[in-house]
Design a protein around this ligand. Structure first.
Ligand SMILES: C[S@@+](CC[C@H](N)C(=O)[O-])C[C@H]1O[C@@H](n2cnc3c(N)ncnc32)[C@H](O)[C@@H]1O
Ligand code: SF4
Length: 402
């Protein structure tokens, strides 16, 4: 796309409309690196097994730069509050490649001085010098996909690493990064409550400032969906969640979101921005963006297949589709995110991010209150414990009328 047609596109997004946003939300940058050593049988992320010929690192980095340059007019002058390099397995990229990527980002976008820069890492790629070099490149938060510290469970879920590598990666994160996160999954095939407790104890021994704990979900069209392994039943899974809540609380990690636990002040800036219905520019294969303008909210997606993405991005056409969020879908989209937070949302935030008055959702709020799913006062709405447990029922109340 040439400069004049890009300018025309921006004009188009800036045209008047019925929506009126008083202020634009904070803006984050997401960078998707879509390759992994092997595809895990439960995973439906846009991730692809790296081929025998290796990663097309240089070409992909060029494509990312072209993608970002083309997107700049949509976010002109807006400071970036967080950069998240996710995947896939970003730690497969060389530290030099990550350094080049962050240099491009810094040269093209104004990063806030305290900008959080997260990189996702898989323990199967762990090497001490490599992880240290990521820190030198400007990564200031590492998120490690541990999943479990039990060799048998790791093997059952098809991970490329063992417990020893997971411990070594966590130890290095602790030594080289002030801010780091460990990802665990629970309700794994054949997992007992004792095994979960062992995973929690091991994770917490590294004193992580942040912990994410996900219930293993069986995603359509994955090998686990086609051939489901036996998993803990609902009662055991619910006991496991109780154990997770109790054990994290005893270590001063607060459950601030459905699956996220943090020490005070160590919440993930990037994810918090999603949950507070902030804006994000997503570059890289299959990445999603949400961008607000004074009179509309735009969603975009990039080409999903890495080869197609690189070709299209290098031709200035990284976006495969985009649409404006319908005015009557905004409240539901806001609630899908904000009600995931333990503290819910400030009424002012709802108004600021959606441009709608709170009265537009008053009937749904009253219904949620009658069912004991929310608690509220004049300034805040938060999910009750029951609302937190039956979150999708609560969120459905805000669906636009058919
Ligand atoms: C995009 S992955 C990135 C981390 C890295 N790719 C890895 O797996 O080591 C983020 C996290 O999502 C979680 N996850 C992925 N698939 C899941 C599933 N089917 N059910 C529950 N959690 C899942 C895992 O805990 C994983 O670490
Ligand atoms: S390493 Fe992570 S992104 Fe890659 S296949 Fe496994 S779960 Fe998916």
């Amino acid at each position: 796309m040439g400069d004049s047609s890009r300018a025309a596109t921006v004009e188009h997004h800036l045209r008047p409309g019925t929506l009126q946003l008083a202020a634009l939300p904070p803006l984050a940058l997401y960078v998707h690196l879509p390759w992994c050593l092997a595809k895990c049988p439960y995973c439906d992320f846009n991730s692809h097994e790296v081929s025998a010929t290796g990663l097309p690192e240089a070409r992909y980095l060029q494509a990312l730069r072209a993608d970002l340059e083309a997107a700049l007019p949509l976010v002109w002058g807006r400071p970036i509050v967080s950069v998240f390099i996710g995947g896939g397995t970003p730690s497969l990229f060389s530290p030099g490649g990550i350094d080049a990527l962050l240099s491009s980002v810094r040269s093209l976008l104004p990063l806030e001085p305290a900008c959080e820069v997260t990189l996702e890492a898989n323990p199967g790629t762990f090497e001490r010098e490599r992880f240290r070099a990521f820190a030198q490149a400007g990564v200031n938060r590492l998120s490690i996909g541990v999943q479990s510290f039990d060799d048998a469970l790791l093997e059952r879920i098809g991970r490329v690493h063992d417990a020893q590598q997971a411990r070594a990666a966590a130890q290095e994160a602790r030594e080289s990064f002030q801010r780091f996160n460990l990802d665990l999954m629970y309700a794994l095939p054949g997992q007992s409550l004792q095994q979960l407790q062992h995973d929690l104890d091991t994770a917490l021994a590294f004193e992580p400032p942040h912990l994410s704990v996900y219930h293993l979900t069986i995603e359509p069209n994955t090998p686990f969906a086609l051939n489901p392994p036996p998993r803990p039943d609902d009662d055991l899974a619910s006991d496991m969640l109780d154990a997770i809540a109790a054990r994290t609380a005893s270590d001063s990690l607060a459950r601030y979101e459905v699956s996220a636990f943090a020490r005070p002040g160590r919440e993930c800036v990037h994810n918090l921005n999603y949950w507070q219905f902030g804006d994000y520019l997503g570059i890289g294969a299959g990445a999603h963006s949400k961008l607000s303008f004074p009179h509309r909210v735009l969603r975009q997606q990039r080409w999903r297949e890495p080869a197609a993405y690189m070709k299209q991005a290098l031709a200035g056409q990284a976006v495969s589709n985009e649409h404006e969020v319908a005015r009557d879908a905004l409240a539901f989209e806001f609630m899908l995110n904000a009600l995931r937070l333990r503290e819910g949302f400030a009424v002012n935030l709802f108004v600021e991010r959606t441009g709608l008055p709170l009265s537009s959702v008053e009937p749904a709020l009253q219904q949620a209150e009658r069912h004991g799913l929310i608690e509220r006062d004049a300034s805040r709405v938060r999910p009750s414990s029951r609302g937190f447990d039956f979150l999708s029922d609560l969120q459905q109340l805000f669906l636009p009328a058919p």
